[in-house]
Design a protein around this ligand. Sequence first.
Ligand SMILES: [Zn+2]
Ligand SMILES: [Zn+2]
Ligand SMILES: [Zn+2]
Ligand SMILES: [Zn+2]
Length: 345
Amino acid sequence: MDHRSESTETLRNKCAACFRQFNRKEHLVEHMKVSHHSGHEPMCGICNKHCRSFESLREHLIGPLPKQECKNIFSILGCRFCLTILDNPNSRRAHEGRCQFSSVNAGLLARLANLGIHDKLSIDSGRTRGPQVVALACKMVGGGSDGSLDLCARICIIDEYENIIFHTYVKPPIPVTNYRYETTGIRPEYLKEAMPLKQVQKRIQEFLCNGEPMWKIRPKGSKARILVGHGLDHDLKCLQLDYPLIRDTADYPPLMKTSKLSNSLKYLTQAYLGYDIQIGIQDPYDDCVATMRLYMRMRSQAHIKEDYPLVNNFESRRQSELERMSPEELLDISRSDYYCWCLDS
Ligand SMILES: [Zn+2]
Ligand SMILES: [Zn+2]
Ligand SMILES: [Zn+2]
Ligand SMILES: [Zn+2]
């Protein structure tokens, strides 16, 4: 094999999504089987490289080891929040202005909420349709002998327009040993007459299921509500609640670190929405709003519509058939291994 045919061989074995090159076609096929590339991955607006997460796209565009050509264009035309490339510097400026959120005025809402329970948790009657996507956040105090056991003491639920649906203090079922006042702002007297956990749990469960029996809840087309949050596993565990229809910003591959660990909500809000949360005493309303905004941004991404977005097309095909396909054809049949939130819209 001379040098020329060797390089065309490598070129033929170049992944059409992440541009990795392989010496042999079978290695590219192996790579495609495990990488789950798809049109739902974050993509560089300049060279079209697919990335597993926005974080790795950010590295590709900004650094520490960026692709120089893409970096140069990004620095003039790129939005630093959603990483999109705009047509010219003026539209970039206008776009960035819309893309960056400002912090919500939690202070006033928090004071209002302190006056009592804010409660609009209701099941839809047949005629009216209430919010179908809601965000939930809790603030925890400490229980147990060393105060390290998380107990939900405050909870907030909002609709997709950031209106409060539910906001209340919660009375934990066991004694509180650390109120964590510096971050929660919670004092013992706030919890004395608060709604007991059991009651909160029951009301939220009914509200989320919205008249649908738990076993009937499907990803699409049921009356049950989509629950958005950050680290919902932990929140739901503290609420002793079980719910299947969740969208978790701590557990969504495009929003995770390149190390596949979760980002903090504080970081995501800073990097993707452009403002600060969780400074000093924290209101769960701020967390609800941040997660809802992140969810909406992810959901509104314009991705290609595929047939059977979640079906693995590699399993049903023979190795020899796959090895005859071009890198573009392989990418064409490749499907994501996670549920992209654009499918909710
Ligand atoms: Zn690849
Ligand atoms: Zn998508
Ligand atoms: Zn690029
Ligand atoms: Zn943007």
